[in-house]
Write a protein that binds this ligand. Structure first.
Ligand code: SF4
Length: 244
């Protein structure tokens, strides 16, 4: 990406943060969807344990916004069913299911066991690369990331620059209590595995239950240092292009 393009997007993010860093999530989302300075955006959702909150806010403002859902081929069947249930209940009309490139799977993960041998490359071909390709037509994307989730996210800004695009985090300042209150107030459907002890949901081979009081993301890649799938790496490159 040319440096001047990066500088332009960074200046745009700084300006939006100066104006909206402490604004209500609805205002941030409305700006993301309608402000010409932001451009065309999609929402990226895992339809995981807390995704329904941001999807609900979106449904109130613009239910025809593109929602990109990464179907890695390794998700729990319950997540696939929940995705359909939530989209229907909230009236989201443009959910797009994004899948890995079959050639990448054939070349790098023919047995479906790459997650155990090289989870970074597995995430690259099943998540990061398909997402980067799906985001090509857009100027930015909206996520449900929150500062409380991991140490990496504690200083997260509402408007960021990632891979030359704006990444917008309307729920950056929300706490677990805020999320629970919103779901209860609006009687939103919960992911069925939450009641079985899964506080954060990703691919089935890389997700375990958490004990009461444990960090909700402790069940993701348990026993490994890995804490992010690679979609959210900082540094301007979304997936390790040299590897896949
Ligand atoms: S979360 Fe696990 S199974 Fe899913 S893409 Fe990453 S390494 Fe592969």
């Amino acid at each position: 990406m040319p440096l001047d393009t990066h500088a332009l997007v960074a200046a745009r993010a700084a300006s939006l943060n100066a104006a909206l860093a402490d604004a209500p999530s609805e205002t941030i989302l409305d700006t993301a969807l309608r402000n010409a300075a932001v451009g065309d955006v999609a929402m990226v959702s895992s339809f995981g344990a807390e995704s329904v909150v941001l999807l609900h806010l979106l449904s109130q403002l613009a239910p025809d916004t593109p929602v990109l859902f990464l179907e890695t081929g390794m998700l729990f069947p319950e997540t696939l069913a929940y995705q359909r249930e939530v989209a229907e209940k909230l009236g989201l009309t443009r959910v797009k299911v994004i899948c890995p490139d079959p050639t990448d799977l054939f070349l790098h993960d023919p047995e479906g066991d790459l997650h155990g041998r090289d989870p970074d490359t597995c995430c690259a071909i099943r998540k990061a690369k398909p997402l980067e390709l799906a985001l090509q037509p857009f100027d930015g994307w909206i996520t449900g990331r929150k500062r409380h989730q991991t140490g990496d996210r504690v200083a997260m800004q509402v408007f960021e620059v990632e891979a030359g695009k704006l990444r917008i985090n309307p729920l950056a300042g929300w706490t677990p209590r805020d999320m629970a209150d919103h779901m209860a107030r609006h009687d939103l459907p919960r992911h069925p595995l939450v009641a079985q002890g899964f506080a954060s949901l990703g691919c089935a081979p890389c997700t375990t239950r958490v004990a009461p009081g444990e960090d909700p993301r402790a069940g993701r890649w348990r026993g490994r240092e890995k804490t992010e799938c690679g979609i959210h790496f900082a540094g301007g490159r979304v997936w390790p292009a040299g590897k896949v």
